[in-house]
Design a protein around this ligand. Structure first.
Ligand SMILES: Cc1cc2nc3c(=O)[nH]c(=O)nc-3n(C[C@H](O)[C@H](O)[C@H](O)COP(=O)(O)O)c2cc1C
Length: 322
């Protein structure tokens, strides 16, 4: 690896050129994006949604493995309660890294570790970080509230990262709002073993993001996201209530925010969301994205995004040179 200043536990563990993980993003990060990221020298991950079948996982892992480089898979722990076959499929695929986040993840650790897999989980506050270390997690993802998709809305990335690094000895990845080489340089300098990056990959050519969604994401500004449960309630999705999501604010959100109980009983609104998803109407349908969405200016290949994030090495060299 050229940039020795960016050598960390993560790069050594998986033989990466860049200390970056492309976060598992259900509906966005399928096997093709994971393969492209891993080919480019970071770690790509397949994002598994709550209703994904074991067969889908097997297929996407095969596509990702075609990169001939390590790849990961990200599971949602709450979904395993009613879709346990997902775990079996991941164990059979044997990816380099498995993340199990959001819900009761610890009970799955013995099987994953017995299979020799490296396991990550996402934390949104210090108490969760302590619990993850105690459970025997291999790498903790400290995700601040500015991050895209589901998680907690309790602590921002920087304060969370600092307190988690001060508290645990387990390797820590920083997540939430990291979208350029500046962000990667900052968190690696602070002591993170790398950055766990989602939003910056949303408009990659290899992502499963639709054309209409890409346009919306590229047009969004730094104040266009909102942390909410409106979309999950509207779509009747069973996410645990402590995990809302950060998404682009839209007309549907503004109509229902503050009226979530009414929304839960409104069959017509649920129908409206289903239809909006089908026709890709993002005035109603949900588009998950973090505050870093403002850093998306155009479609890029995953290799371009990884190359930009890798420029953190130049920043670190400049800082070291004084
Ligand atoms: C569209 C989207 C989908 C996501 N889906 C998942 C998921 O399926 N599993 C998961 O563990 N995290 C998921 N996340 C959260 C990411 O793993 C990560 O924590 C987040 O993207 C980091 O913040 P950033 O978006 O500011 O980079 C998702 C995020 C986004 C933006």
């Amino acid at each position: 690896m050229k940039g020795t200043l960016m050598r960390t536990w993560l790069t050594d563990m998986f033989g990466l050129a860049v200390p970056v993980v492309c976060a598992p993003m259900a509906g966005v990060a399928d096997g093709a994006l994971a393969a492209a990221v891993s080919r480019a020298g970071a770690l790509g991950m397949v994002g598994v949604g709550a209703t994904a079948t074991p067969e889908w996982i097997t297929r996407q892992c095969r596509v990702a493995a075609a990169a001939g480089a390590p790849v990961g898979v990200g599971l949602q722990a709450w979904a395993l309660e009613h879709n346990p076959g997902q775990l079996d499929a991941v164990l059979a695929a044997g990816p380099a890294l498995v993340s199990v986040s959001y819900g009761p993840y610890a009970k799955h650790l013995p099987r994953l570790k017995q299979a020799g897999l490296t396991v990550a989980t996402t934390v949104g506050n210090l108490q969760e970080a302590r619990a993850a270390e105690q459970a025997g997690i291999d790498v903790i993802v400290a995700r601040g509230s500015e991050g895209g998709g589901h998680g907690r809305d309790e602590v921002g990335t920087l304060p969370l990262l600092q307190s988690v690094l001060d508290t645990v000895t387990t390797p820590v990845l920083a997540a939430g709002g990291i979208g350029t080489s500046r962000g990667v340089a900052a968190v690696v300098t602070a002591g993170a073993v790398g950055a766990w990056v989602g939003t910056a990959f949303l408009t990659c050519t290899e992502a499963s993001t639709s054309r209409a969604a890409r346009a919306r994401l590229i047009a969004a500004t730094d104040t266009d996201t909102v942390y909410t449960r409106v979309f999950d309630i509207g779509a009747r999705v069973g996410w645990p209530r402590e995990f809302g999501e950060r998404a682009l604010r839209n007309q549907f959100h503004d109509r229902w925010a503050g009226h979530e109980e009414d929304l839960a009983d409104d069959a017509a609104a649920a129908q409206e969301m289903t239809q909006a998803r089908e026709v890709e109407c993002y005035d109603t349908a949900c588009l998950d994205a973090g505050q870093g969405v403002a850093l998306l200016h155009r479609e890029l290949t995953a290799a371009d995004v990884v190359a930009e994030l890798a420029r953190a090495d130049d920043l670190l060299r400049r800082a070291a040179a004084g």
